[in-house]
Design a protein around this ligand. Structure first.
Ligand code: IPM
Ligand code: MN
Length: 345
């Protein structure tokens, strides 16, 4: 039976970059069925609905993957529809693994002088932490106003993401796992993360493990990125350090991510946002969306085809056939075309 993929291009540059990803996916001629959904800011402003109420169950029951562009629109400053759809998918489908590889595609893209070995993976916990929306306001709008924002860690949630990181390291032949937190200050959550990390690490004696406070992590990612193979961290720190990771690999335009519930329907999106000021101008880099398509194929068991896309992207970057952010002179469509032409079937 054909695997079924929900395509949600979203806002801003989302539709343009997803269109290029779709070209390469369709070109590979796999047994995949794509269903497009037009949920975005325009729809939301027109109807007041982010996503029809039954849609989440439909996706959960009838789809194998979601291929998503980007969400965010200046006309919706509180990001209501983005939160409903993007965070809605992450939470309601329990996509607890946020998988964000950091790999330099070409030495010339490194923003660091003399640092060329940049090849590690960040696993960001994706269903807890500061993203749960717990807390509230008291005396709002008065000079005595108080705001409380809770940071939630559960044993189950912490253990499953740490275990996934070790399993990944084992499966992919990586030698070490670094857990990063701020346990010197956030003592309760940090203590849970530290104990769980040590316990799970004990089950993987062949893989080295070490801990680093997140402030030190950001410094070492810049000073000595070659020391990292797998990093695991919480939702908020993961959000922050994966943007730094994207910058290390050549910018947000090339960074891909997977939001995974192992064995279940999972969602794949480029790390970049909707970049409203570049929308409709044929300037956005489609590589993030194309590598995201490759990641989705790998998840669906099409490893060879995923590799074909990755190799084609690397060949296009090597040839300088890219958008301006990577030093080329092509528009979005032409940069997508350049990758497509290099897919060696
Ligand atoms: C990301 C984004 C999202 C996040 C925003 C758009 C809610 O920054 O996927 O990294 O904070 O997770
Ligand atoms: Mn982010």
């Amino acid at each position: 039976m054909a695997k079924k993929i929900a395509v949600i291009p979203g806002d801003g540059i989302g539709p343009e970059v997803i269109a290029q990803g779709m070209r390469v996916l369709e070109r590979l001629d796999l047994d995949l069925e794509f269903v497009h959904f037009g949920w975005n800011a325009d729809e939301f402003l027109r109807t007041g609905v982010s996503m029809p109420p039954a849609a989440m169950d439909d996706i959960r029951q009838n789809y194998d993957a979601v291929y998503l562009g980007a969400f965010g629109d200046p006309r919706i400053p509180d990001m209501k529809h983005a939160a409903d759809i993007l965070l809605g998918l992450r939470f309601q489908l329990d996509l607890y693994v946020n998988y964000r590889p950091v790999k330099l595609l070409n030495d010339r893209l490194s923003p660091l002088k003399d640092k060329k070995k940049i090849d590690f993976v960040i696993f960001r916990e994706n269903t807890e932490g500061a993203y749960v929306g717990m807390g509230g306001n008291f005396k709002k709008g008065t000079p005595e106003e108080i705001a409380v924002q809770e940071d939630v860690s559960t044993r189950k949630g912490v253990e499953r993401i740490i275990r996934y990181a070790f399993e990944f390291a084992k499966r992919s032949g990586r030698k070490s796992v670094c857990m990063s937190d701020k346990s010197n200050v956030m003592r309760f959550g940090g203590d849970l993360w530290m104990r769980t990390f040590e316990e799970v690490a004990g089950e993987y004696p062949s893989i080295e493990h070490f801990h680093m406070f997140v402030d030190a992590l950001t410094m070492q990612m810049v000073r000595a990125p070659e020391m990292f193979e797998v990093i695991v961290t919480n939702n908020m720190f993961g959000d922050i350090v994966t943007d730094l990771g994207a910058a290390l690999q050549g910018g947000l335009g090339v960074a891909a991510s997977g939001n995974i519930n192992p064995g279940k329907v999972s969602m794949f999106e480029p790390i970049h946002g909707s970049a409203p000021k570049y929308a409709g101008k044929d300037v956005a880099n489609p590589i993030g969306a194309m590598l995201t398509a490759a990641m989705m194929l790998e998840y669906l068991g099409h490893d060879d085809e995923a590799k074909l896309i990755e190799d084609a992207v690397i060949a296009a970057v090597d040839a300088g056939e890219t958008t301006k952010d990577l030093g080329g002179s092509l528009g979005t469509k032409a940069a997508g075309e350049a990758v497509l032409k290099k897919v060696q079937m």
